[in-house]
Write a new protein. Structure first.
Length: 155
């Protein structure tokens, strides 16, 4: 099946069949089903979601991530789910272009992060530990999308 897929796709996107082979690893955890690392020509997949969802994972996630690599090879650095990616998914790979998966991630979660309360002029926000630590170290400053005011920590 994979060889007929490559034979069908490679000529349509201007790549040799050998160039169509990305490096593949199964070291992804958490809510992500897959990621494409463009410059490294590498795909990473979540082994737990693959095991739990089988053929649906292969039919949806693998082409989704592969399309990112093909778009990068043909068009360079463009919007991740923009018109080039949608065209690649629907016209070339002949798969529906969905940005996210609908698989349960209950068993593949890594850990729950504590939330920290921040306030702006119009509401209270819950920030993750990662964002909270970035604020404490002075590496980032976050603003409310509604009112534009900076977020302030509520102790």
């Amino acid at each position: 099946m994979a060889s007929s897929f490559r034979a069908r796709i490679a000529p349509r996107v201007g790549l040799s069949t050998k160039e169509c082979y990305p490096k593949i690893s199964f070291h992804l955890r958490g809510k992500s089903a897959g990621t494409a690392h463009l410059q490294r020509w590498e795909l990473r997949f979540n082994p737990i979601l693959l095991a739990e969802n089988g053929q649906a994972f292969i039919d949806e996630v693998v082409p989704h991530e592969y399309a990112h690599l093909l778009v990068y090879a043909l068009f360079g650095d463009v919007s991740p789910h923009g018109p080039e990616w949608r065209m690649m998914m629907e016209e070339i790979l002949e798969v529906s272009a969905h940005r996210t998966h609908q698989f349960s991630t209950e068993n593949s979660r890594t850990r729950e992060y504590r939330k920290f309360s921040y306030r702006c002029q119009c509401q209270t926000h819950q920030l993750s530990t990662i964002r909270h630590n970035r604020l404490l170290r002075g590496e980032a400053q976050y603003h409310c999308k509604k009112c534009g005011s900076p977020l302030e920590f509520i102790e």
